[in-house]
Design a protein around this ligand. Structure first.
Ligand SMILES: Cc1ncc(COP(=O)(O)O)c(C=O)c1O
Length: 383
């Protein structure tokens, strides 16, 4: 089936966070969800389940765990077993379990900003110490300063939280980088919590590698968080999972969550299974569409808004725009909201190194993307 990602779908009356927060004349390019209709097999599976009409307590089927197990093996050569998969409603839930279950109040978590804000805010909110050695921009891409990272680790550091592929800087870390990162964590005996929610939204020639798949000693010290929610735009259905190979680390997770953290609901379960079983065709098509959006966005910004620098986007549908040379006096996200009526994520939310940047979500029909870019360009022109 051929999907039409150019179709403009009105989401305003659907309780969408993205479309509900701002006035009607604002184009929302902020929170990370896509404005595309879901894959037909997912919609069909949900419809059939709704038509059944009985929604009592449910359990996660073996079939879903087998589908995840097969996927890990097929894509990454990584062998996992169903009992190593723990279902959770979302990745943010998983991050917070990790921050609290493996790290006592007063102990430290390491994250590398600019990064998804929950990595930075949530440990602190729960009384943990945040160490934040930043990623370093080199030309159009960000790199890890391994020495800085190692210096940030103290004897009371318990957890390193990795974002790969990276939101917002769009990196897909290489095997060499991941190996070096993991070696540092192993040397200091800290657990790696690897948020790989964007793992399917990777553009060629880049290739996602789960850090845990690199070696047995790495997998036994790693919690891998994945979800079909970004890949298939199912965030509202709340279905995610952690893969934890090490039985002791898994037990701590389960003991901590017992009675507090539900698994996944019926709708999330049905959608995830349909996505993993029959969603590849939609995914191939959406990736092509996103890749063209990315290419055209980068070309537009570089040619027509030269005071903004944009980082290369190896993965995700998020572009990271450096507005420091624009001469904008206000915060750039406020400037574009007021003068272009385009809502972007404020770079400062992503921690140090994000000030005066904005993040732009380009997972929308191309016509909307260009409307937003044209408005931003006009707003930048002196009156
Ligand atoms: C890196 C990263 N982790 C987690 C999430 C949110 O995950 P969830 O909705 O499953 O809690 C996002 C959403 O933007 C993200 O970019």
């Amino acid at each position: 089936m051929r999907y039409d990602f150019d179709e403009i779908i009105d989401r305003r009356a659907t309780d969408s966070i993205k479309w509900g927060l701002y006035a009607e004349d604002v184009i929302p390019m902020w929170v990370a969800d896509m404005d595309f209709r879901s894959a037909e097999p997912i919609i069909r599976a949900l419809r059939m389940r709704v038509d059944h009409g009985v929604f009592g307590y449910s359990r996660t089927s073996e079939m879903l765990s087998r589908a995840i197990q097969d996927r890990m093996h097929r894509l990454y050569g990584w062998v996992i077993s169903p009992q190593e998969i723990i279902y959770i409603p979302g990745i943010v839930t998983g991050l917070n379990i990790a921050f609290q279950a493996y790290c006592a109040p007063g102990e430290a978590v390491v994250a590398q900003p600019p990064v998804y804000f929950h990595f930075l805010r949530d440990p602190v909110r729960h009384g943990r110490i945040l160490k934040d050695p930043p990623l370093v921009p080199h030309g159009n891409r960000y790199e890890i300063d391994f020495e800085e990272l190692e210096r940030a680790i103290t004897p009371d550091t318990r957890l390193f939280v990795l974002c790969n592929p990276h939101n917002p800087v769009g990196r897909v870390f290489t095997e060499q980088e991941l190996t070096k990162l993991a070696e540092i964590c192993l040397r200091h005996d800290i657990i790696i919590c690897s948020d790989e929610i964007h793992c399917d939204l990777v553009f060629p020639p880049h290739r996602h590698i789960p850090v845990a798949s690199l070696a047995p000693e790495i997998e036994s010290q790693t919690i891998t968080l994945m979800s079909p929610s970004k890949t298939y735009n199912l965030a509202g259905l709340e279905c995610a999972y952690a893969v934890i190979k090490n039985p002791e680390i898994r037990k701590i997770w389960k003991d901590f969550s017992y009675g507090m953290i539900p698994g996944i609901n019926i709708a999330g379960h049905v959608a995830a299974l349909a996505a993993l079983d029959q969603g590849q065709d939609w995914l191939n098509q959406v990736l092509k569409y996103l890749q063209r959006n990315r290419d055209e966005l980068l070309e537009y910004v570089r040619a027509q808004m030269p005071s903004i620098s944009v980082t290369d986007v190896e993965a995700t549908y998020l572009a990271w725009l450096d507005c420091r040379d624009t001469g904008i006096e206000a915060t750039p996200s406020e400037f574009f909201l007021k003068n272009a009526r385009v809502a972007l994520s404020d770079g400062a939310e992503f921690g140090q190194g994000g000030e005066n940047y904005v993040r732009m979500n380009f997972a929308c029909p191309r016509k909307i993307l260009f409307q937003a870019l044209d408005r931003m360009k006009s707003a930048l022109k002196p009156a």
